[in-house]
Structure formats: C-alpha cells, structure tokens
Write a protein that binds this ligand. Structure first.
Ligand code: SF4
Ligand code: SF4
Length: 474
C-alpha cells in the first residue's frame, strides 16, 4: 500500500559530484572574478591609509578593542553602528536588484562559497586529474599513488584554508604586526582560535560540503525566488529546440528531431551535479558552465549555439511559439529595487557627510532623582559623555538653558559658574559627572525642560542635548 508523501525518504545519500573541466566565455568570467575576489580578500588588509599620527594606518580595519571600524577615509564609532546597518541594507537591495535582472549570478560567480569551492576544485583537478581519472581512481583499489595524490590535495587545501583563516584576522588587527606575531608565536589566543576556526570551516565547506552548502544550508536559494519574475534571466535549456533529444551520428539528418544529442556534457561540468534539461532547479547556481559545455558540442555537430543559454521564461515561451520577445529590463520590480537603492544610497551619503565631529550624550541620574539642599536650592546629577572624533584636543564650554541663575559644576567640586570648561581628548570619549544647581522658584513643576549646549573655542555650537531637571513640584 502506498503511504503517500510519507513513503518518500527524508534522507538520501549524497551522490558525489565530479565536475569536468570546461572552456568557454562563462568559465573565463568565472576565472576572472575568482582572481579578483581572492586578490581583494587576501590583499585588502595590507593596503595602507594615512590618517595622521596616533591613528591606525590600515585602510580597512575593525578595531574591536578601541571600538572603531575604519573604511578608508571613514571612521565608524560604536554609536554610529547604524552606518554598518545601512551598508548591509545597501548590499541586500543591490543583491535584490541584480537577482531580479540576472537571476542567481551572485551564487554562480561571487559568493564566497562558490569562489573557494571553485578554487578547491581547480586544485583537485590539477593534482588528481579531470573527472574520468578521479572517478576511476575513487572506484578502483587504493594504491600508493592514490594515497599520495589525496594527501597532496588535502595538504594544499589545508594550506589555502589556513591562508584564508589567517587573512580573516588581519581585518581585525594591524596586518604586518599580527602576521609577525602569528609566526613568532606571540599572538593572542583569540587570534589563533579564529585562524583555526576559519581554517576548519573553509576546508570543510569548500573541500567536503561543496554544493551541499548551496542546496541544504544556504537560505538564499529559497528567498531568491521572490525577487525573480518571468523576465529575470536564468540559465535555461531550450527544450523547444532541443527535444526530441537523441544520439546523432555524423551525416544523419536533423529533420524531425531536436538539437540535443544527449551527450550529457552539460551534466558532467555542472558543479552541483544537476541536469539543466530537467528545468529550473533550486540547485542551479546560474554559473553558466553548462552553456560553455553545450556550445562546445553544438560547434562539433555544427548546430546553432546556445541550446542552453541565459534566457527569460517569457522570452522562451514566446520563442517556443515562433514569436520574438524582446528582453524587458525596465519593469515595476526593477524600478522599485533601483529606487530603494537610490534612496538608501542618498540617505547613507547624507548620514556620512552630516555626521558631527563632536557628540554630546546626557544621562540623568535616577538615584536620587533630585537633592534638596539646606539653603532651599535643588540639585540634579547628570553623566555627560562627549565623543571627540577629531585628532586633536577639543576645548569645549558647556552651558545650560532653561533654568535662569542655575550653576554647573563637576561632581565633588563647589563651582558656582553658569558655564563649565571641559577638555575632550582626541579620538576618545570623555565622561563627566556634573551637578546642576537651581533655585526652587525657577522650576516648572516636577520636571523642567532644559538644554545643554557645547561650544568650541571659537564660540560655535558643536552639540546640544535636551533633558529635564527634576524638582519636588509645587
Ligand atoms: S545547471 Fe548549469 S548553470 Fe546551473 S549550476 Fe549546473 S552548470 Fe551551473
Ligand atoms: S550538452 Fe547540450 S547536447 Fe549535450 S546533453 Fe547537454 S543539452 Fe544536450
């Protein structure tokens, strides 16, 4: 008796994929992007950037200890983490736009999992040979040569993985210093831990898990369907041209049959091991290698190229009926993504350009909310944090608005001035405990609105913060 859907097993053994070498324009693009991505990843931390004295000279650095992120001329403080969020939003919307136009090209060409897997596969081919040689060796008896080749392959994989883990920690430390420390055994435990962690994950994900990461672990293939429509480009087998498929001998007629000669070259080169002739599949990363493989075959059998091609569903439906369907780049979906991208970019640019060099944060003391002094005056305590993002000392003057005749003093002193001079060290957060004292008669009920203003040496206001002054009420 059929148990319905429950009869489908929930677990299936992995069918090992042995991708074959392929040549063609899409492979060339993949090689070029692989080179660029790896060069950027490994070399970027070595790029220097002069920020003046007492500042790190690394173009891209996330300094966890100091709580700063440096991106060339931009320096981000912990209080400005929204800028990093903005960057992530920009990245996500760009990905939405690209996916709606070109399908999963991110997966096929630039995703780190794809780039490192491609690199590991190239090493494998170089050491163990192409698809047939590897399959034959894996299915045959274990010889000394097999053990030697596999040991060499895993050795090179581990070296690449260690270089990848090693490069990762350079983004969080001064690259030349930490490299010297790593090799002389003087680095911190956390540095060695993260190198080990990233070495292990790179080796396992790119060497062993490979296409399974894309198929089972990554959520993106599930999301991306929502960004695509019938006008999005995707690697497509033109069944209307290819079917009826079948073997073809030289000199045989092409009448009454399709162009697909059922050679399975498209399957042999696929890094995820699928047959694109079965239609669009979750596993397809849109790498285009099957296009290169099939075009090689089409050239040999002297048939038109692009039996497999980057095509749209709407275009292919029209072509199957003998009509022409021009590609539609501008459509509601792409317009909306482009607009969102434009607005988000403008907002990010404005946030970057308008960010103040000095910030004032005020926290009112809650315990006690206020203190009644023996002469009848009321006193409130505040914690002031002044963020001086400049490279020099910042001599500032703090004034108060909203309490006529009030005085400000650093806690523990007995100042009677209406203003307070404060020094903020360069590139640091200065914290001050202050007391504000006011006559009870000037208060408006239990909470009187007040404004702290910070002015620089030239008398220009650099920051202000609104808060309240608490009192006993009427
Ligand atoms: S089916 Fe083609 S485009 Fe899709 S993953 Fe395989 S080779 Fe790449
Ligand atoms: S490579 Fe082209 S001709 Fe060969 S099986 Fe695939 S689609 Fe058919």
């Amino acid at each position: 008796m059929d148990a319905g859907p429950l009869s489908t097993p929930l677990y299936a053994d992995r069918v090992r994929v042995y991708p074959r070498r392929v040549r063609g324009p899409y492979r060339q693009i993949k090689w070029a992007l692989l080179g660029i991505c790896l060069a950027v990843y490994y070399l970027l931390p070595w790029l220097r950037w002069d920020r003046g004295p007492n500042a790190p000279g690394q173009a891209l650095l996330i300094d966890m200890e100091a709580g700063r992120a440096y991106f060339f001329m931009i320096e981000i403080w912990p209080q400005e983490v929204y800028l990093l969020t903005g960057l992530l939003v920009l990245g996500a919307v760009t990905l939405f736009l690209v996916t709606s136009i070109l399908g999963r090209v991110w997966c096929g060409y630039a995703c780190p999992q794809t780039v490192w897997t491609d690199l590991f596969m190239a090493v494998e081919r170089l050491i163990e040979g192409d698809r047939n040689a590897r399959m034959k060796r894996d299915q045959g008896p274990t010889t000394l040569l097999t053990v030697g080749l596999k040991t060499a392959k895993h050795g090179v994989w581990l070296l690449i993985a260690a270089a990848t883990g090693g490069a990762w920690v350079l983004y969080f430390n001064d690259a030349p210093t930490v490299t010297r420390e790593i090799f002389t055994g003087q680095s911190t435990l956390s540095v060695y831990f993260f190198i080990g962690l990233f070495t292990a994950t790179t080796y396992l994900l790119a060497g062993w898990a490979r296409e399974q990461v894309c198929t089972y672990m990554c959520p993106w293939p599930r999301f991306q369907a929502a960004m695509q429509d019938e006008h999005s480009l995707a690697v497509t087998y033109r069944a209307w041209r290819g079917e009826e498929r079948g073997k073809h001998k030289q000199g045989d007629s092409w009448e009454g049959r399709g162009d697909c000669v059922d050679c399975r070259a498209c399957v042999a080169v696929c890094p995820t091991g699928i047959d694109i002739r079965d239609g669009q599949q979750l596993e397809c990363i849109n790498c285009g290698l099957c296009i290169d493989a099939c075009n090689e075959v089409m050239r040999k059998v002297d048939r038109p190229l692009n039996l497999i091609a980057f095509a749209t569903l709407s275009g292919e439906t029209a072509r199957a009926q003998g009509k022409e369907a021009p590609y539609r780049l501008i459509r509601p979906r792409t317009i909306i993504y482009a607009l969102v991208l434009l607005i988000a970019s403008a907002a990010m640019l404005a946030a970057l350009l308008l960010r103040p060099a000095t910030e004032l944060h005020v926290l009112k003391d809650r315990m006690p909310i206020f203190v009644m002094l023996s002469d009848g005056d009321v006193r409130n305590g505040y914690t002031l944090k002044i963020l001086n993002k400049m490279r020099g000392e910042n001599a500032l003057r703090l004034t108060l608005e909203g309490l006529p005749g009030a005085t400000i003093a650093v806690a523990g002193t007995t100042g009677t001035a209406a203003a307070l001079d404060l020094e903020a060290k360069p590139d640091a957060v200065a914290t001050f405990q202050i007391h504000v004292r006011a006559e009870r008669g000037v208060l408006h009920g239990k909470e009187t609105p007040i404004v702290f203003r910070l002015k620089d040496g030239g008398g220009n206001e650099v920051a202000k913060r609104e808060t309240v002054f608490a009192g006993p009420g009427q």
